[in-house]
Design a protein around this ligand. Structure first.
Ligand SMILES: [Zn+2]
Length: 302
């Protein structure tokens, strides 16, 4: 009886996890959509969009989850639409939810693939990311989490074939993070953009971002003319929405900041440049000023 009560108490005291939403994009492509806000004990650092390619010989998962338990949550979500094993996991960048869940999938025999630049960034920021995760997700959410980087890497492009499906991974340059890459699946006209595209919420520009090569990475995605676009944050979308929520935002911020710098403006005034056309995006109030400061600091040196 005591044991039952203790079990019940433990269950009640654990946070209720935010659901990951599986969204069918085509017969062979799914998005797994997480919450749009920040990391927290209730989302196991899975505050992002993940994706799955179904092939005749198993699954490709785009991004492993932000913690070990977060990876297990993605696995349970995948089981709602497929019973095939995950054979390959892509790390589309250097942010925590793009790689910290790797060990869960390595234990299950998956190959892990990332760009060289992503692995370098992950190793650079590993201890910083763990400090952040402990503060935001808590010790409980981090139990079992062990940082492991990719088992295979590439410099600029890699062609991948699994079963009857051929795909291409491309790293153009730094975008949201230094090693961002996108996965193109031509047979489905679908592209998994990682953090090169955010929709519905405001993107984040940080000190490791590069808005010049971010726009070039976006151009490379647009040149594919994909019918389906699975962003790094937000629901599956189209190129039109991706332009509106990501590309146009970056172009506006750079234009406003160039004028501000030209007029002799400083970093204090930088937070006030006009970004109001994008106030419809979630997290705008928390992030717009920080983004402006990061772009000011980068553009001072361009
Ligand atoms: Zn992200």
């Amino acid at each position: 009886m005591i044991r039952i009560l203790t079990t019940l108490l433990v269950l009640i005291s654990q946070p209720a996890f935010a659901q990951l939403k599986p969204v069918k994009v085509t017969d062979n492509i799914y998005a797994i959509v997480g919450p749009l806000g920040n990391r927290g004990p209730g989302n196991l650092a899975n505050n992002a969009t993940f994706g799955v390619v179904i092939t005749s010989d198993g699954l490709v998962l785009v991004d492993p989850g932000g913690t070990y338990h977060g990876a297990a949550q993605i696995d349970r979500t995948i089981r709602k639409f497929s019973d095939q094993p995950v054979r390959i996991v892509i790390n589309s960048g250097g942010q925590d939810h793009r790689w910290i869940g790797n060990s869960y999938w390595i234990e299950r025999g998956a190959r892990i693939i990332a760009s060289d630049a992503a692995v370098a960034d992950q190793l650079d920021r590993e201890s910083l990311q763990f400090t952040g995760l402990i503060a935001l997700v808590g010790e409980f959410g981090l139990t079992g989490t062990e940082a492991m980087t990719a088992t295979e890497t590439f410099a600029k492009t890699m062609t991948l074939t699994l079963g009857d499906t051929t795909m291409t991974l491309s790293h153009i340059g730094a975008a949201h993070t230094p090693g961002d890459a996108f996965l193109w699946v031509p047979s489905e006209s679908a592209v998994f953009t990682g953090d090169i595209v955010y929709t519905e919420r405001l993107l984040t520009v940080s000190s490791v971002s590069n808005t010049v090569t971010w726009l070039q990475s976006f151009d490379a995605i647009a040149a594919l003319e994909p019918e389906h676009l699975i962003p790094g944050h937000g629901n599956p979308t189209d190129l039109f929405t991706a332009f509106a929520d990501t590309y146009d935002y970056l172009v506006n911020l750079r234009q406003q900041m160039a004028a501000h710098i030209e007029a002799g403006g400083d970093i204090i005034g930088a937070v006030k440049v006009d970004q109001s056309d994008f106030a419809y995006l979630q997290n705008f109030n928390q992030l717009a000023g920080r983004n402006a400061q990061a772009v000011f600091e980068a553009m001072e040196w361009e």
